[in-house]
Design a binder for this molecule. Structure first.
Ligand code: NAD
Length: 495
């Protein structure tokens, strides 16, 4: 079956422009073609920015209370389309149905959070901050009072560049808050699985969003670079790898844009000997192998402190052996495929690297029983990994766990802190003292305590540190509204 090249969405309408190169995407469970995305439609990107710039004056003047009415409507439409969107995610990304539904629901959480824009955008006022010395009359002859306030105003045209691993949710970290704050938006979804973002954007138009407020343009790095250089683009929100994020942050800043880049990760879990054993095994297992390890909050390194390894390592290997690998649409599947052939090859290569670096391969995902077609690999567990090994330092972004051992909590934390990344870290322990010491000394921006995946709910910022984030204001939480608005201070005197 041949597939048409996907349309962009510009000014509320489908916009056909194939460009000269495109990417053919496969269903990762079967290898069948599911979409063809244009990679270099530069003039479509320009048309999307023009449409957003044209829509900005009226949209930014629309009262915020009216702007969020659209989001309330959109949320209800999405509630009725959760299954449909999740099905597309399963088909183009490979998640299990439960993971896909969960990811759409977390996107809906962001829409609910954006409905708080009237409060989040609110400014501050301080009356009588000073008294004007040049007028010594009035105000009971004490001088004219001066008031000061700060307002938060929309920026203009904002761009979102998103990764493949949460194709519905991550765009919703960005555009609902951006438009609630009065901006207009151009989304550039991942070229690897763009169909679910297209459907979610179409549904936004059905909710009655004025044309041009939300646009979608397909593309790869050429389109991203065009958007970063475009005069009419004011801000760029990026989620993806550290490599792309570092380049986008530098280029966007050089072109005068406000930029936030949520980037790659290598996350460590620490398990203390006093931890609840069931919770630790479940937590580490879910964190490492959930979403087939394709998650920026995947706990891909485990530090066993003291004798916790005695029960934890065999417990994990046994539990991981019980993971059923198969198509995400099939009941009973615990772990779906990697998203594409390239990702599968990368995981296979890292298993080889771990072996040749001398780590002990306790469970080999290459040997797991799995379907013949598609991009499947089973869970892998390496023990006796040392901090300098590549499988301890580099983001594999697949179902591979590297286990290290430490004699004390402090030694474990110092292993965590060798990482160039600082997205998240978690501890499993029943000791308040140990947990507090972990919280005080570990270098990561999102922490979990007896929680395997400490994903912040939308009301809190997604707070990576070190090479997991470039910028100042993070996505979501109050940061989200601050990122998508600029402050203006007014000093007033009435004579
Ligand atoms: P990626 O960096 O390859 O692609 C992300 C986006 O950037 C895509 O839209 C892509 O078209 C664009 N892009 C890629 N290379 C580019 C370049 N050289 N110049 C300009 N644009 C470019 O990332 P991915 O493989 O889609 O996603 C996986 C990565 O995303 C992992 O590293 C993961 O940790 C990270 N991630 C981070 C977070 C977070 O919040 N920190 C969340 C999800 C995913």
């Amino acid at each position: 079956m041949t597939h048409e090249i996907l349309d962009h969405i510009v000014a509320g309408r489908r916009h056909a422009e194939a460009g000269s190169t495109h990417r053919t995407n496969q269903n990762p469970a079967t290898g069948d073609t599911v979409s063809v995305a244009p990679l270099d439609s530069i003039s479509a990107a320009s048309a999307a920015v023009d449409a957003a710039a044209k829509a900005f004056p009226a949209w930014s003047e629309t009262p915020v209370g009216d702007r969020i009415q659209f989001l309330f409507k959109y949320k209800n439409i999405l509630e009725a389309h959760v299954d449909e969107l999740a099905e597309i995610v399963v088909e183009e990304h490979g998640k299990t149905r439960a993971e896909a539904i969960g990811s759409v629901r977390r996107g809906i959480d962001c829409i609910e959070h954006a409905c708080a824009a009237p409060v989040l955008m609110m400014g501050r006022t301080l009356p009588q901050i000073a008294v004007s010395s040049s007028f010594c009359r009035t105000e009971d002859e004490g001088g004219v009072g001066i008031d000061s306030s700060v307002d938060r105003l929309p920026l203009g045209v904002c761009v979102g560049i998103t990764p493949f691993n949460f194709p519905v949710m991550v765009p919703m970290w960005m555009w609902p808050m951006a438009i609630a704050c009065g901006n207009t938006f151009v989304l550039k979804p991942s070229e690897k699985d763009p169909a679910s973002a297209v459907r979610a954007t179409e549904l936004a138009q059905e909710a009655g969003l004025p044309p041009g407020v939300l646009n979608l343009v397909h593309g790869g790095p050429d389109v991203v670079n065009h958007l970063l250089e475009h005069d009419q683009v004011d801000a760029v929100s990026f989620v993806g790898s550290t490599r792309a994020g570092a380049a986008i942050y530098a280029k966007g800043a050089a072109h005068g844009k406000r930029v936030q880049c949520m980037c790659g990760a290598k996350n460590y879990s620490i398990v203390m000997p006093d931890a609840n054993r069931g919770a630790a095994i479940d937590g580490v297992l879910g964190s490492t192998f959930g979403n087939t390890g394709q998650r920026c909050l995947a706990g891909s390194v485990l530090v066993c402190v003291g004798d916790s390894a005695d029960w934890l390592v065999p417990g994990l290997v046994e539990a991981a052996r019980g993971i059923t690998v198969g198509p995400g649409c099939q009941a009973g599947t615990h772990m779906g495929p990697m998203q594409d052939r390239e990702s599968l090859d990368r995981v296979m290569e890292y298993i080889g690297i771990g072996e040749s670096d001398g780590a002990e391969l306790l469970l080999d995902g290459r040997e797991t029983q799995r379907p013949d077609s598609g991009f499947f690999v089973g869970p892998s567990i390496f023990d006796r990994v040392t901090p300098s090994m590549r499988i301890a330092q580099e983001e594999i972004f697949g179902p591979v766990l590297s286990i290290m051992r430490a004699s004390t909590l402090d030694e474990g934390v110092s292993m965590v802190n060798t990482s160039e990344y600082g997205n998240m870290s978690v501890i499993f322990s029943d000791s308040g003292h140990a947990v507090r010491r972990f919280e005080r000394t570990v270098q990561a921006g999102m922490l979990g305590v007896n929680v395997g995946v400490p994903a912040p709910m939308a009301a809190f910022p997604f707070s990576g540190w070190k090479n997991s984030f470039f910028g100042d204001l993070h996505t979501n939480g109050e940061d989200g509204a601050r990122f998508f608005t600029k402050a203006r201070v007014t000093v007033r005197r009435w004579i």
